[in-house]
Design a protein around this ligand. Structure first.
Ligand SMILES: NC(=O)C1=CN([C@@H]2O[C@H](COP(=O)(O)OP(=O)(O)OC[C@H]3O[C@@H](n4cnc5c(N)ncnc54)[C@H](OP(=O)(O)O)[C@@H]3O)[C@@H](O)[C@H]2O)C=CC1
Ligand SMILES: N[C@@H](CC=O)C(=O)O
Length: 420
């Protein structure tokens, strides 16, 4: 490291990269006091060096050739370009050269994390990734430093800002899914390919990383239960609300003797539940330690400055720490996965023509099939469409099939979380 200056390279100068530059500039004096050196950005890799950017930079810093970053005398690289290819190759080459790496890239970590952790240990460089989970909430540092003695049974949370923003606006402002997704993209919350957000991949990557820290292992991504919000309609949201619930995209990690279970799926919660109260692009992580009891962390989960906060805090922290090997990341095979209980309560949403499916006939069928209905809300519209929300236990795949085939209904069941 050169005397008086820490040379930083950026891979990517989009929403987060721009926020990192703004934060380093606005907090430069504070950072210099803490580190005893000034931070200087010496290179920034982009795809298009002519593009107009939200942050002004010396054009001489920009390059479209990764070799320029690799050959430069950077001490640390901040990877905020996203994706796995070519990012993995770039990060690998930098670690092999002895550069510390700070990344916000959860997809890269969930897909290639075990190799990168090994490589960083081998080359004795820091690999820091606080910004990869829950944006500005410093949850990974808390888990790594202050929750290592507690036994943590389960973790659940809202880990994707874009989908929480979409669900909030769809409910509060009756906006269409497409309109709200566009707003989330304009605000810099969404991934470059927003299917990652709305189909639950982004939250799944973050859950994978959380499990590595909480349990010292994770599941192969193919074994994580994953459902997104792309097919949620205003009808689902309205009926849940009339029954006293709210739908959230909940990521959940549970541990039992057989192993761990990871899931990301739209889930209904009573409106008073702390996770139901998390609105807009905020995230939350809820966990319980055997010594500390219940904890809830909440804050902005996406966007330029909250994410840059996590990146720059990571960067400054690692510069004050000697290298210590990172705990290895392992994946347990799929056989260890636990099944969701069959007798848990779910909200079952039914929609179809009220000629074939009268509420009485549907309820009679469910009762005869041994499905227990504890709450019911029925709506009819002028076009003769029935929409019903039922809180039930004991509903199985075969019952859903009959509701579809014999009653002509579309059926969507959501897991339900009862208490905080
Ligand atoms: N946005 C957010 O709220 C958060 C994002 N993250 C993560 O941070 C990372 C960056 O996200 P974000 O800033 O939103 O993304 P953007 O799409 O806004 O920015 C990506 C940047 O990387 C550059 N880039 C992309 N691919 C290449 C390539 N192959 N070669 C050279 N440059 C490339 C782009 O160049 P150019 O500008 O020329 O197109 C752009 O500057 C992602 O991993 C994301 O998951 C994490 C937490 C929150
Ligand atoms: N697209 C992500 C950005 C932060 O990780 C999200 O919406 O949460």
């Amino acid at each position: 490291m050169s005397a008086g200056v820490i040379k930083v390279g950026l891979l990517g100068l989009g929403t987060v990269g721009g926020g990192v530059i703004k934060t380093i500039r606005s907090q430069q004096e504070k950072l210099a006091q803490r580190l005893g050196k000034r931070i200087e950005i010496v290179k920034a890799l982009v795809r298009d060096s002519e593009k107009e950017r939200a942050v002004q930079v010396d054009p001489a810093l920009l390059t479209t050739d990764f070799e320029d970053v690799l050959k430069s005398d950077v001490d640390i690289v901040v990877e905020v370009m996203g994706g796995v290819e070519p990012t993995y190759d770039y990060v690998r080459a930098l670690i092999e050269k002895g550069c510390h790496v700070v990344t916000a890239n959860k997809e890269l970590l969930a897909k290639r994390g075990p190799e990168l952790v090994d490589l960083a240990n081998q080359h004795q460089v820091h690999l820091a990734y606080e910004a990869s989970v829950a944006g500005g909430i410093p949850i990974l540092s808390v888990l790594r430093q202050f929750l290592r003695t507690n036994d943590i049974q389960g973790v659940r949370g809202i880990l994707n800002g874009t989908t929480n923003f979409i669900l909030t606006k769809m409910e509060a402002e009756q906006l269409s899914y497409q309109e709200v997704l566009k707003q989330a993209q304009e605000l810099g919350y969404a991934e470059a390919d927003p299917r990652s957000d709305v189909e639950g991949f982004d939250a799944m990557y973050k859950l994978y990383i959380l499990a590595q820290l909480v349990y010292g292992e994770s599941l192969p991504l193919a074994d994580v239960v994953r459902k997104g919000i792309a097919d949620l309609s205003a009808g689902h949201i309205r009926i849940a609300s009339e029954l006293g619930y709210r739908i959230k995209l909940i990521a959940q990690a549970q541990k039992a003797e057989q192993g761990i279970r990871l899931s990301v799926q739209p889930t209904v919660l009573p409106i008073a539940h702390p996770l139901a109260q998390i609105q807009d692009a905020f995230n939350a992580v809820q966990l319980s330690g055997n010594i500390v009891g219940d904890l809830l962390f909440t804050g902005r989960g996406a966007g330029e400055l909250p994410t840059a906060s996590a990146v720059v805090e990571d960067l400054a922290y690692l510069l004050t720490q000697p290298f210590t090997p990172h705990p290895v990341w392992t994946e347990k095979n799929a056989a260890a996965q636990l099944e969701q209980g069959q007798d848990e309560r779910v909200l079952c949403y039914l929609e179809g023509s009220c000629i074939a499916a009268t509420p009485d006939r549907v309820l009679h069928f469910l009762r005869e099939a041994g499905v227990n209905v504890t709450k019911l809300k029925v709506q009819f519209d002028l076009g003769g469409v029935l929409r019903a929300g039922l809180i039930v236990t004991g509903i199985r795949e075969e019952h859903e099939q009959v509701l579809k085939s014999d009653f002509g209904l579309s059926v969507r069941c959501f897991p339900l979380i009862e208490s905080a």
